[in-house]
Design a protein around this ligand. Structure first.
Ligand code: GLU
Length: 269
């Protein structure tokens, strides 16, 4: 009887130890004493998974020849991975304005660094870092259209991307100058460019950095730039320690002058 009792006790002890040492705690460690589960998961995996643009030259762009993704946002991703892993190790996933949020929600990526404008609305769904770049909404038109400003687009059609800040930004600006705009929404930028080329829209509008990737001999980008777009690194709500670490990294890069060097390296200043 005594033996069975001892056996039971030791079994319970072992079970207790096993559950006590369970791999990841159910709740994030906010005490600062241990590593938060979302950060531990990255360390265990040995690579930081990042959602990036692949069609925005100098930010996140995939070279069709080499198939390599490069740009300012990729350098930033590498710097963050170094902070977490001690070495630069990233795995990139191509995102669009429409897919980047869902990819964070599902945990397919740890971070999104993809010309993602910080807005009050979006802050309700995602953690955003301090801005690492500020752009403006710009307008691309056909060179031969004679259109020179937003006012000239009165009564005309502007193509914008779904889930982008562009429509609201243009609407606000158009109200100021008294222009009546019709919007056509598309899911990707190449579709908007095709619509501009074929005359289905009179203008393609989004942040300047994105528009420059689509500029060609027949098109021009107007001087107008409005509605400052602050780009932030986004992470999943709840992964607060990761968000904190990202911010610390950006802070350090800013203070050391590294961030400025990256911006200059990619010709963004
Ligand atoms: N930066 C803008 C936004 O976050 C434009 C869309 C995009 O990034 O593709 O809505």
């Amino acid at each position: 009887m005594k033996k069975i009792g001892m056996l039971l006790t030791s079994l319970l002890l072992v079970a207790g130890l096993v559950t006590g040492c369970g791999s990841t705690p159910a709740t994030p460690d906010k005490s600062g004493s241990g590593v938060a589960p979302e950060i531990q998961a990255i360390k265990d995996r040995g690579v930081l998974k990042v959602g990036v643009k692949v069609d925005v030259p100098n930010f996140g762009y995939k070279d069709p020849k080499t198939q390599k993704v490069d740009g300012y946002e990729i350098d930033l991703a590498r710097a963050i991975s170094k902070k977490i892993l001690g070495e630069e190790k990233i795995e990139t996933t191509a995102v669009t304005a429409k897919t980047r949020g869902p990819l964070l929600d599902s945990g397919s990526v740890d971070l999104v660094i993809a010309t993602f404008t910080v807005t009050e609305e979006r802050k309700k769904s995602y953690n955003f870092s301090d801005p690492y770049f500020t752009d403006g909404v710009r307008l691309m038109v056909k060179k031969d259209s004679g259109i020179q400003s937003l006012k000239d687009l009165d009564g005309k059609k502007i193509g914008v991307a779904q889930s982008a800040t562009s429509k609201k930004a243009i609407q606000e600006e158009a109200d100021k100058v008294g222009a009546n705009i019709n919007f056509l929404e598309y899911s990707t930028y190449p579709e908007i460019k095709a619509a501009l080329d074929s005359g289905r829209v009179d203008c393609f509008s989004v942040d300047g950095s994105i528009l420059f990737g689509y500029l060609d001999d027949s098109t021009t980008i107007l001087a107008d730039s409005f509605s400052p777009q602050d780009y932030g690194v986004a992470s999943k709500m709840g992964n607060d320690e990761l968000a904190k670490l990202v911010n610390e990294t950006i802070d350090e890069l800013q203070k050391s002058g590294e961030l400025d060097k990256m911006i200059q390296k990619w010709g963004l200043k």
